[in-house]
Design a protein. Sequence first.
Length: 202
Amino acid sequence: MLCSPNKRFCIFLGLLSCTSRVSTSVHRIETFLTSAPSLYTNSAAAVFEFAATGSKEVATFRCQLDNLSPVDCASPFRVDAIGEGLHVFRVKAIGRWENSDPSPAVWEWHVDTEAPTIRALRSPPLYLGTTYVEAQQQCLDASPCTMRCHLDTEEEQPCGALWQREGLIDGPHALFVQAEDAAGNHTPSPVSILFNIDTKPP
């Protein structure tokens, strides 16, 4: 048998045969998330959806929650009974041809099931001789939180740490403050600040 240097043409027993080389193109696989929990959530369960480029070359996926051992998984992947605090989810595609994704897709999020609390930093005295009133309060929570206020029967509106009002009429008044955090938790009931305005001389 005589062959050419590149072994593409061979003469065997006086017959000309042609052999072709089979080349396998191996592409790098990239893993990406298509759905994940919100950055802050009050749910102890989480569902992740993911995919990879070159899906025909993917044998399986490998998922890992926090520092637990990685497990074979498929999309969608659900985890339950997640505790409070910061969590990290990692997923990477495992290739058929030694072309696994070297860097997993990563998602970080916070589980917060606790309602925020409101701390009164400065409240008006029970009786005032002026029509100007201010109150200062602080929202405390593991997640970012915002406050909403309303005076007496007025409509509730967003408010900051410092609430101010001028030109109030004489009589009793009540300021109500409620908080909501980024995970969707609300204070069970609004904090009420009571005061009376009396500008009339005795």
